[in-house]
Design a protein around this ligand. Structure first.
Ligand code: F6R
Length: 242
């Protein structure tokens, strides 16, 4: 595991974007595994900037996202598709038909998950998987559990997550109760993994996930077993590790 220290959020974003950019330049038809959340927003902004400058071409890139809420349409502004479209897809020349997320509108969980597993397999798996890190060590929607889930599966959101999400919706009834997520096994099959982490509030979990015991109670700890992981974290996130 390679840990790259960045000065601050902007520096982290630039360094992470440079790694993704080099992947796209070295292999223009690469498969990028992508993440949502606040951490990668700056990374996507840099990629968009470099695309606009003419330095990057996404026309042969395929993307597979980690997760999507079950029950939300692509048009819903809380869906992960909406997020990706807003921050990246609509701003670069990636082909819309080459951008994949689990289908949140598929009510049959088994079908949604097996369809997504097939899409990832047909794409050949991710060349580079971008990840954020949850405060409890989650990656994608793989929450602390007794086992590492291998493939795409449907997750029941915890009461606290549902309550926390309530502020984004008109009423609590509209808050999704479930999500589809890539499994830890699929994430681990990516040829290369890039984790972005920022802020002092992540310092404790950075230490636990990357320097503590490997356990499904801290899903990101599985990454210690992958042969090609780069963590780009700012000084605040690295403040508890030497
Ligand atoms: C996003 C995702 C999540 C986030 C994680 C960190 O697709 O799957 O695992 O990466 O919750 O979120 P932020 O970056 O908002 O701290």
């Amino acid at each position: 595991m390679k840990i790259i220290s960045a000065k601050d959020y902007d520096d982290m974003s630039r360094k992470a974007a440079n790694i993704i950019a080099s992947q796209v330049i070295m292999k223009p038809d690469c498969v990028l595994g992508l993440a949502t959340g606040s951490t990668p927003v700056g990374t996507y902004a840099r990629l968009v900037e470099w695309y606009e400058r003419g330095d990057l071409d996404f026309s042969n890139v395929t993307t597979v996202n980690l997760d999507e809420y079950k029950g939300l349409t692509k048009e819903n502004d809380q869906s992960y598709f909406y997020f990706m479209n807003k921050h990246l897809f609509s701003k670069v020349n990636v082909k819309p038909e080459r951008t994949f997320l689990p289908d949140g509108t598929e009510p049959d969980s088994e079908k949604a998950c097996s369809d997504y597993n097939r899409i990832i397999a047909e794409a050949g798996g991710a060349d580079l998987q971008l990840l954020g890190l949850g405060h409890n060590g989650h990656i994608g929607f793989n929450e602390p559990a007794d086992v590492f889930e291998a493939k795409t599966h449907c997750v029941d959101l915890t009461e606290s997550t549902i309550k926390a999400n309530q502020r984004f919706f008109a009423s609590i009834d509209e808050v999704p109760r479930q999500a589809y997520t890539m499994g830890v096994g699929t994430i681990m099959k990516a040829k290369r993994i890039l984790v972005v982490v920022s802020g002092e509030d992540k310092a404790k979990i950075v230490k636990e996930a990357f320097f503590g015991p490997i356990t499904p109670r801290v899903p990101a700890s599985a990454l210690q077993l992958h042969g090609n992981v780069t963590v780009v974290a700012d000084e605040a996130a690295l403040s508890l590790v030497k």
